[in-house]
Write a new protein. Sequence first.
Lengths: 340, 340, 340
Amino acid sequence: MSELFGFGVGHSTQSRAGKTLEVYFPAPVKHPSGAAQRVIREHVSVGVSSLSPASAAKLAGNLIDAGAADAARGCSLLAEIDKPLTALVLENDEAIRSTAEAYFKLQLLSHRLSLPNTLNLEGIFAQLPNVAWTSEGAIGVDEIEAALISARRTGRQLTVHCLDKFPRMTDYVIPTGVRIADASRIRLGAYLGEGTTVMHEGFVNFNAGAIGPNMVEGRISQGVIVGEHTDLGGSSSTMGTLSGGGNIKVSIGRYCLIGANAGTGISLGDRCTIEAGLYITSGTVVDVIDEDGNRVRTAKARELSGLSDMLFIRNSRTSKVECRTNRAAIKLNEQLHAHN
Amino acid sequence: MSELFGFGVGHSTQSRAGKTLEVYFPAPVKHPSGAAQRVIREHVSVGVSSLSPASAAKLAGNLIDAGAADAARGCSLLAEIDKPLTALVLENDEAIRSTAEAYFKLQLLSHRLSLPNTLNLEGIFAQLPNVAWTSEGAIGVDEIEAALISARRTGRQLTVHCLDKFPRMTDYVIPTGVRIADASRIRLGAYLGEGTTVMHEGFVNFNAGAIGPNMVEGRISQGVIVGEHTDLGGSSSTMGTLSGGGNIKVSIGRYCLIGANAGTGISLGDRCTIEAGLYITSGTVVDVIDEDGNRVRTAKARELSGLSDMLFIRNSRTSKVECRTNRAAIKLNEQLHAHN
Amino acid sequence: MSELFGFGVGHSTQSRAGKTLEVYFPAPVKHPSGAAQRVIREHVSVGVSSLSPASAAKLAGNLIDAGAADAARGCSLLAEIDKPLTALVLENDEAIRSTAEAYFKLQLLSHRLSLPNTLNLEGIFAQLPNVAWTSEGAIGVDEIEAALISARRTGRQLTVHCLDKFPRMTDYVIPTGVRIADASRIRLGAYLGEGTTVMHEGFVNFNAGAIGPNMVEGRISQGVIVGEHTDLGGSSSTMGTLSGGGNIKVSIGRYCLIGANAGTGISLGDRCTIEAGLYITSGTVVDVIDEDGNRVRTAKARELSGLSDMLFIRNSRTSKVECRTNRAAIKLNEQLHAHN
């Protein structure tokens, strides 16, 4: 038998019409241990299936007996819920074919079990229904008018927080050591490492994240990952593949600073800075300046993508965009000299 | 008899002091049919009036009998509510003289029954009370302290979502085919066409909107309208008449792209692009460049307002703002050559 | 006996583990009157103490009898709550040593009893626990998983609004004459003066604020204060000491306009404008231009910090950043000529 890729027991919400709107996996498991796999394969079929609370309790017991307490955790947490649960067994990390799988993978990311860009997320948009996320839980978008009127009738306030395929991360996963000033800005599927603070203006999409510790006051687009000790200033922008960056997958290294209202369409290595208010697109023409103030070369920003020790500013005397760097960095990065 | 402009039956919230805070019209009607008008005029007086649930049920029945099921819908939806309803009959689209009228017109916009800038909204600020929008519904701002303490006393959490004259659209209208990642960013009175996605950083004011389909990650100010297939990048800005744009009413055409952190104080026709990070104000001096790279003329951006096929960039070699366009576009747009 | 600095009676939330998560002081008092001080010292010990509702009622009565109705207000408001209250007596404005003190000072600011930068906030981060602010109130971050599962079990929706040391202001203080379009953007400890409107894109940190009247569509960072009649455009940025501004404490005077997507790392006096999209950092080289269009001098922006009557633009012909000012302003501001 091949190794299992993933296992989870979840609690789902259905629309009145019976459609699965969302699935909460409190403790998803990636690559369960050999002992856990044997128990899972014995009790649960591959794919998505229904699991009674009694079966979940029994499964938890068997997993614990087999020494797989980790894999038992999700079952145990949900075993007291008085409705059928959702079991998910994935043999491989394949394209997504169900709502449960989509939610499972998003929760793997937010539980820090997978880094952004390491999971197969093909098909995710098709499998995620658009949902009205309300103060009374997930409601089908075509059922929301009736819900609003029903609330009026009984004197309740029904607040719609968002209408989206993706819920807010914090209603599913609360990672340790993190501060999130406005939870509506973090989609489920975001990866927030230990020590990360996302301020009110920060935003993190699914399959995107900050390794931590980080201060995030800007936007981390889908597919973008930010390294340790990097700060994103207020309203700063990273171009994602879904948001105008085309095929370039932006990544930001460690100890970088992207200033307030600045942005980048190229990747940055470590110890890079973009001054406040400056947007570097891949086509921006940049003068590369050494530490003596001499111009080393002129390049399109995309040629500098991923290099370290760069300081991008708009020279306020010449108004040209400069990349200041030190000789050590220039030497280190052969690429930087490639087109001299 | 003249034609009626509008008709609605709504459910309102009063403050403890008896002031109308808001009115929900689940199915507002613009220009009711002749049959509907005859029934309405027979049963309801012009202006704002109170309607018992029993009268609403009867009115609904009469409208249906007259073949005006559309006009009956609002009555039917609310007829089971056990408190007096609000009926509104408007003969003309005049300046707003009541809270009910203000809410009616805002809901016409969000129900896509009227485009932005087509309704008489004079007096709207005076007729909209400032309200504390809370997890327990609309509360008068001078009654919120008592409500906070009452909640503490009984162990409830009272969350204040906003203090504003305008509520969030989604607590009133959920248009079809729309995604809204953060509902607190869309005011009632926004017009969101089919196929519009508003991401977390997007914002749409009242009397403003996107025809759809659109991707909105920037701010659509009051009075601004965005054409089909246009994308607004993250934090991009459109100047509204309430927000620094003065008398110029900005509109954005179809197939445009306003880059992340960019902005415009002029209107754009179709197929225009503003590169990420560039703000075009009406006074920005722009070199107009043809497809051979030759400068055709130099103009203030306001002279280009509303033209099509323009690409605005800051030339990163010369640092000047350029409007690149093709000869076809130049020929097409006589205005563009007017001051050559 | 020395004068008392502060007095408050509050209602607190404890985590299941017994830790104080937050304290609500409905009517905090700064510098109580002599009569109030005598009653307070007689009934309440200095520092943080527990107060039964009965004692609170008695204290309120005694304060009223002594002619100190203001100081009695907090006791009276909370006296009907059926759990021990928190009393706080501060002799001096010293470094913060308890969660109650931190909350007391943040509420002094939001109640407009203290201006930003006038209170000793040393130690505040250490004394504020990180809290999950939810639709069911404050929950310890290590207790939130259990709460999420408990909510699922009983069919409730538990929404986590934020995970932060600071709650939203409006769940504690609703200042008069203010509109706040998205309450999640205003931290407790913000100072919002009469007549201030904070739009959806506005943000105000703790120990920061707007004197009012103001239109705030940009970000007011920690330590920053904005004068009367000043507008901050959408997404505009003020650098705070916590957010990249280093040691410079930015303040903005009266009748200023910071354009949309613009920003400043220097202070502005009165009647200053920064055009939309322009970010002035302290190191920006600026040509100072008089009203005849002549260059008076070239300076780093930090040399102009705090001056009045400045208009900052990027000249779209030369692409240089200019500070345009009038001769009167130049004469008035000797500093401006200092390095001629």
